[in-house]
Design a binder for this molecule. Structure first.
Ligand SMILES: NC(=O)c1ccc[n+]([C@@H]2O[C@H](COP(=O)([O-])OP(=O)(O)OC[C@H]3O[C@@H](n4cnc5c(N)ncnc54)[C@H](O)[C@@H]3O)[C@@H](O)[C@H]2O)c1
Length: 471
């Protein structure tokens, strides 16, 4: 079998299939990626992935190449190239078109082509099929064509690949049957056959539309709880106890924001696809708007808490731990942490950044700040530590041993520290604050910046922030 696009998704799928004993060739247009792998470097920070890739390479079950001629030898060709969007949901389909055109040059009778990349409904039928048919072969007659969305989440991708049910929609019944049989054979997971390509395409969008909107609900609930000094995690845990539908109410967790390559684009695909057919979808953009506002909300939370502590946000030292878009990945695509850092830098804060999982050069380029080489360096004399992605590496931080300033604020953007942990942090002299969590009435440091009305505290760009937040 072959996988076109050896990116985050393609590499996880290819390595998993090779690990399960199948011969897999990964075809990618990026020669640097192939060169990195050849010298033993894996750019994807997904637990267990690098080991699995190199195990596959060593046993010869997995090969990665730029040579698309290799596609001819595969019985099944999976397409997992990137499908980003342009402004508000228009598919940037260059990667997809390139992959299909290349495949059409090597397509042969009897092959099954399976699209994994997320696309607006109708793309497999209207874009992929005609490009493949440039081969002279006919879809559904000479070759099979199906869409089976990839629904894994970074950070837990490999386990999910082996357990999540796979949704499968074919061009015609034979393709649906063949793709269902394929996934059942290679992964042994439940397969849910659907009536059409479009139904399978929409399933993926429905999942992410729901997730993004649900997180938006959690984020607004967090803001709501903060008004009453109520811990949003208590509210969510209790609210989630009543049965509803086939499960219970299931409000997800609030956070510094939603990032990555999927949740930030898929709701826009929904919105645009509907609009092109004359229907205005309201919930998808609403979820996007709420979640896109969370980085600034988080930065403002830090600024407000620093002021309460008697520290001047315009000169404060802030250490941001975790730059990736979520816990336990090194992926910086659309990371909400960038908006937090930008807002803090605009206030004048001295921001240091640290994330052991991200590519240092990429982080430097994205944030305009050279990442600290170590946790100790990042938090030296910090007035605020903002934990914005709680990677495993950060789970056991010994806060007592950190060389922070007195009355250091611990801002919890995605750590969800327990009440016991928060109490222990307070005993160590930290002030804790999280998204929708109950803040601490910590005593201001008597030697630090005098608490005064905000308008007197700040000048320049930071003043504008206060005006906005105060309205
Ligand atoms: N990353 C995720 O968590 C995730 C989860 C579920 C679904 N998806 C979807 O899966 C798809 C892939 O996402 P990703 O995160 O792996 O993207 P990615 O950008 O990490 O990988 C895409 C890869 O395709 C390669 N490529 C581009 N054009 C090519 C061509 N013509 N031929 C061969 N290779 C080509 C690129 O070089 C790159 O390595 C997207 O549609 C995405 O929405 C991603």
């Amino acid at each position: 079998m072959a996988v076109i696009g050896f990116g985050y998704v393609g590499s996880c799928i290819a390595a998993t299939l090779a690990d399960r004993g199948f011969d897999v060739v990964g075809v990618d247009t990026d020669p640097r990626l192939i060169e990195e792998l050849a010298r033993g470097y894996c750019r994807f920070q997904e637990q267990g992935l690098a080991d699995m890739i190199f195990r596959g390479v060593t046993t010869g079950r997995l090969r990665v190449t730029t040579d698309s001629a290799e596609l001819a030898s595969a019985d099944v060709v999976l397409i997992a190239v990137g499908t980003p969007i342009r402004e508000k949901g228009a598919l940037a389909d260059e990667q997809l078109r390139g992959a299909c055109l290349e495949l059409s040059r090597h397509l042969r009778q009897g092959q099954l082509v399976v699209l994994k990349s997320t696309v607006p409904p109708g793309t497999t039928r209207d874009v992929v099929l005609p490009l493949l048919e440039q081969s002279g072969l006919i879809g559904g007659v000479d070759f099979g064509l199906a869409f089976t969305p990839e629904r894994l989440a970074e950070g837990t991708a490999l386990a999910e690949l082996r357990t999540f049910p796979i949704v499968a929609g074919g061009l015609e019944p034979d393709s649906t049957r063949d793709v269902a049989a394929f996934w059942h054979r290679v992964l042994g997971v439940e397969v849910i056959p659907l009536d059409s390509l479009e139904s399978a395409e929409i399933v993926k969008l429905a999942d992410n539309w729901w997730i993004d909107l649900n997180i938006a609900l959690a984020n607004e609930l967090a803001k709501f709880c903060a008004l009453y000094d109520v811990d949003v995690l208590d509210v969510i845990a209790a609210a989630n106890t009543i049965p509803k539908g086939k499960g219970t109410v299931n409000i997800l967790l609030p956070s510094v924001g939603v990032g990555g390559s999927c949740l930030t684009k898929d709701p826009w695909m929904v919105w645009r696809s509907a609009r092109r057919r004359g229907v205005e979808i309201l919930t998808a953009p609403a979820g996007r708007e709420v979640n896109a506002g969370m980085p600034e909300y988080t930065a403002q939370l830090a600024i407000d808490e620093l002021v309460k502590l008697g520290k001047n946000p315009a000169t404060a030292k802030v250490a941001v731990l975790g730059l990736a878009f979520k816990n336990n990945t090194g992926d910086l695509r659309a990371t909400p942490t960038r908006g937090v850092v930008e807002t803090l830098v605009e206030t004048g804060a001295q921001v240091r950044i640290f994330d052991p999982l991200v590519d240092v050069a990429h982080a430097e380029e994205l944030f305009g700040i050279t990442p600290a080489a170590s946790l100790q360096e990042a938090v030296q004399d910090a007035d605020c530590i903002a934990v914005l992605a709680l990677h495993r590496e950060f789970e056991d931080i010994d806060f007592a041993a950190l060389p922070v300033a007195r009355s250091c604020l611990l801002l919890d953007g995605r750590a969800y520290y327990s009440k016991e942990k928060i109490a222990s942090l307070r005993r160590l002299g930290y002030l804790y604050q999280g998204i929708g969590r109950v803040g601490a009435p910590a005593a201001p440091d008597p030697h630090s910046y005098p608490v005064a009305p905000v308008s007197r505290l700040v000048e320049g760009p930071v003043a504008a922030l206060y005006v906005e937040s105060g309205s």
